[in-house]
Design a protein around this ligand. Structure first.
Ligand SMILES: [Zn+2]
Length: 220
């Protein structure tokens, strides 16, 4: 697809990049990533690691710069943590214009995140939102702890603390926080709620495991 796009038809070119099943496309991209990630982890030399990772980015709809100048056509919103190990395009083996990414420490549904989501739904007709929590999350660790935080960091961890259940360990807290973020996205926005009701939008939550590279969907 990539080498057949015409620079004078960006919308047409980008629309061909939209998968029929966005959730399946994300999971298939993650499966490609996880396989390369594990293979690279097992490689003994830097050159072997590079070879393993060079298998990524071969299955995407790679668009040209001149096409992207004309617009974007993302097919999924990813709400992820700001953690440097959880880069969405990387873990889903996705290309520019595929994912509309919203990030903050703890992947919470903060107001600006919901507003960004409203834009993605209203102006870009994005049909899927995936909230991605992750193993070893520092923001969730902070929410579980009692160390003093700055006023702004206290504000940031407040919704994470609200998602916790008694006795949660870090892994359980990450799951509860991801599920709460997914629920908050619709609770905070009539536009998001309407898109869900009309069947134009699906919201799911998930957890990314840094060790294995795998994203696991959570039950709704
Ligand atoms: Zn995190």
């Amino acid at each position: 697809m990539a080498d057949t796009v015409r620079a004078d038809a960006p919308e047409e070119a980008l629309s061909t990049c939209r998968p029929v099943d966005p959730l399946r496309a994300l999971l298939e991209g993650n499966a490609r990533f996880a396989a390369a990630w594990i293979q690279a982890d097992r490689a003994s030399a830097p050159a072997s690691r590079s070879r393993a990772l060079s298998r990524l980015w071969r299955h995407n709809c790679i668009t040209t710069a001149s096409t992207l100048v004309g617009g974007q056509a993302p097919w999924a919103v990813v709400l992820a943590c700001a953690d440097s190990r959880v880069a969405p395009e990387w873990i889903f083996d996705a290309a520019p214009s595929d994912l509309f990414v919203i990030r903050s420490a703890g992947n919470t549904a903060f107001d600006d995140a919901v507003a960004s989501l409203e834009y993605a739904i209203d102006h870009l007709a994005v049909p899927l939102v995936l909230v991605v929590g992750h193993s070893g999350c520092g923001a969730v660790t902070a929410a579980l702890g009692s160390a003093p935080l700055t006023p702004l960091l206290s504000e940031l961890v407040a919704p994470i603390r609200a998602s916790l259940q008694p006795g949660d360990d870090l892994q359980q807290a990450v799951v509860h926080n991801a599920k709460r973020s997914a629920a908050e996205l619709s609770a905070k926005s009539d536009l998001v709620q309407r898109a869900l009701t009309e069947g134009r939008l699906t919201i799911r939550s998930s957890v990314y495991d840094i060790a294995s590279g795998k994203v696991t969907l959570l039950n709704v």
